[in-house]
Design a protein around this ligand. Structure first.
Ligand code: SF4
Ligand code: SF4
Length: 146
């Protein structure tokens, strides 16, 4: 089967469903609130949960999509969390063929690609690898959560 080499998002919304792990630091959380025209405490009440100082997660509907996924689009697209901006170019997916195959079962955009083509630039060092953990990167920026 011929595979495409360039990723194209098919806008199915599957990656916005039910997995958690969508983190924002204070700057990102405030930007999300501003983008929606909401005072920060209102945004916190509606769709954020503070996990620790300097780190918020975006909540999901139980067993379903992210609370910010509405009508097939992300309500904070221009300021969306770093992991959402990076997906599917996550470190695990560009370095681990099994993680890639697992993700491709959920993401039809990835399923059009083969691991070798998708990850070549990263494995050959031509493209910078994403951070091992976006959560850790945000915490480090926030000064270790202090
Ligand atoms: S699951 Fe893949 S194809 Fe679907 S919206 Fe997310 S990135 Fe795009
Ligand atoms: S913040 Fe936006 S892109 Fe990220 S999971 Fe929620 S709806 Fe999807």
């Amino acid at each position: 089967m011929p595979y495409s080499r360039s990723f194209r998002c098919l806008l199915c919304g599957e990656c916005c469903r039910g997995r958690g792990g969508i983190y924002l630091d204070r700057e990102g959380a405030e930007a999300a609130a501003r983008h929606l025209g909401l005072p920060f405490p209102v945004a916190e009440r509606l769709f954020l949960e503070q996990e620790r100082p300097g780190l918020w997660s975006v909540l999901n509907r139980p067993g379903g999509h992210c609370l910010l996924f509405r009508g097939g689009v992300c309500l904070i697209h221009p300021v969306k969390p770093p992991i959402c901006r990076a997906w599917p170019r996550l470190r695990a997916l560009v370095t681990d063929p099994l993680a890639f195959l697992e993700a491709a079962e959920a993401c039809p955009g990835l399923a059009r690609l083969d691991f070798a083509g998708f990850s070549a630039g990263y494995r050959e060092g031509r493209l910078p690898l994403p951070p091992p953990s976006f959560k850790a990167a945000l915490l480090a920026r926030a000064g270790g959560g202090r």
